[in-house]
Design a protein. Structure first.
Length: 401
């Protein structure tokens, strides 16, 4: 073929790509029904359990308004569902084009919150810099940062996938990207999110093709760092070091540092096989402090028992697996990596939350997706779900209209 012919085809290909991006903002096709159904099921169960877990605390701490947390969460959930369905209709290539903007906005907000923030956790946590006040609500930049990291690494890996086996492109640059996010979030005193971001990034690096030997070496260094921190908790900031000490020494400060964890274990033990019944928890009556947040799963175990908790874990596992299936059947590397990133985020976050609630790891203060109270969290989680649903429209898997 002549050079002119090749040039014509190249110009035509570019024109087709541009037309596909800018000429089809909304796309047709069926979304993945199992992934949607699992999302709706978890969101519904989460809202029910949030109300059950939160109404005593809300009554005593929110001017006798037992519906305070549930109402606000429901509002954000409804808004999130609308946004989710809208995003599920958007051509996912727009996320690819918007990734640099989302990255810059996310990093800017992570810097702003260090200087302009509100403390909603109490006077003892005045050094925590996690929330930006916006009128009657607050915004947590780290929630956006999770999605920004997923998009950024997915875009980078999709562009450099042929060089991901090299040390520079497969290890150094991704670690720098992850390190920038983790460093800023660490300055917020948000160790749980730092851990989550690291695991999300590591998952994408592994799936993206980083050399497994170098990857294994990095994990070995991480394990050594964890052993060092557990052996010498004083290496960390006071609040983090004390939590590790409280995890290692079960008799350490039982009326303070271990109060929440101990009562969480009482709640789980009280639930037994079938639970005490929906709404009948005793530990939520100011024993498990702020039960609507990180330790809501302990109330789930108490009220629904081992069977109910196991069903919820199975639903989460099914959602994550379905997300991986969507990624596997995607014909675009960027889209596949985004689906893997979002699914991994949910799976890792659920795993870490349950490990904390059962006292298997130190209390890191990590939320349970769909269940824990947080408007920003539920809204952005549904945005991420919408992105995966949009990707599923272009997947080669069989779908249902």
């Amino acid at each position: 073929m002549s050079e002119k012919g090749d040039e014509k085809i190249i110009r035509k290909g570019k024109k087709t790509d541009l037309h596909e991006l800018f000429g089809s903002f909304f796309i047709k096709g069926s979304i993945d029904i199992p992934f949607l159904a699992l999302t709706i099921a978890l969101l519904t169960i989460g809202l029910v359990m949030l109300f059950s877990a939160s109404y005593p605390y809300a009554y005593y701490n929110r001017d006798h308004n037992s519906y305070f947390f549930f109402t606000r969460q429901l509002i954000f959930a409804v808004i999130g569902l609308v946004v989710m369905f809208v995003i599920s209709k958007i051509n996912y290539k727009w996320f690819k084009a918007a990734t640099p903007v989302i990255l810059c906005v996310s990093l800017l907000l992570l810097v702003i919150v260090l200087f302009y923030h509100t403390n909603i956790a109490g006077a003892d946590d005045s050094d925590f810099k996690r929330f930006i006040p916006i009128g009657p609500f607050t915004f947590q930049p780290s929630d956006l940062a999770k999605f920004a990291l997923i998009l950024t690494l997915s875009l980078y890996i999709s562009m450099e996938w042929k060089r991901m086996k090299t040390f520079k492109y497969g290890i150094v640059i991704p670690i720098v990207i992850i390190g920038v996010f983790c460093g800023l979030i660490y300055l917020e005193h948000h160790m749980s999110c730092v851990i989550l971001m690291f695991f999300i990034g590591a998952t994408l690096m592994f799936v993206g093709g980083s050399d497994w030997k170098l990857f294994a070496f990095g994990l070995a260094l991480m394990v050594l760092a964890i052993i060092a921190v557990i052996s010498f908790p004083q290496l960390l900031e006071n609040y983090a070091g004390e939590r590790i000490t409280a995890w290692l020494n079960k008799s350490y400060s039982p009326d303070d540092k271990r109060w929440q964890t101990n009562n969480s274990l009482y709640a789980i033990g009280s639930g037994g096989l079938t639970g005490v019944g929906l709404g009948n928890s005793k530990q939520k009556y100011l024993y498990v402090s702020e039960p609507q947040n990180d330790f809501i799963f302990s109330i789930v175990c108490e009220e629904l028992g081992f069977i109910g908790a196991a069903v919820i874990i199975v639903l989460f596992a099914a959602l994550v697996i379905r997300g991986f299936i969507i990624a596997k059947n995607s014909r675009d590397k960027f889209a596949a990596l985004v689906a893997v990133g979002v699914s991994s985020q949910i799976g890792i976050q659920v795993g870490l939350n349950i490990l904390v609630v059962t006292d298997s790891i130190p209390n890191t203060g990590i939320a349970l997706p769909f269940f824990s109270y947080g408007g920003t969290s539920i809204l952005l989680l549904l945005v991420e779900i919408g992105a995966v649903l949009a990707i599923s429209r272009r997947s080669s898997q069989r779908k249902v209209d």
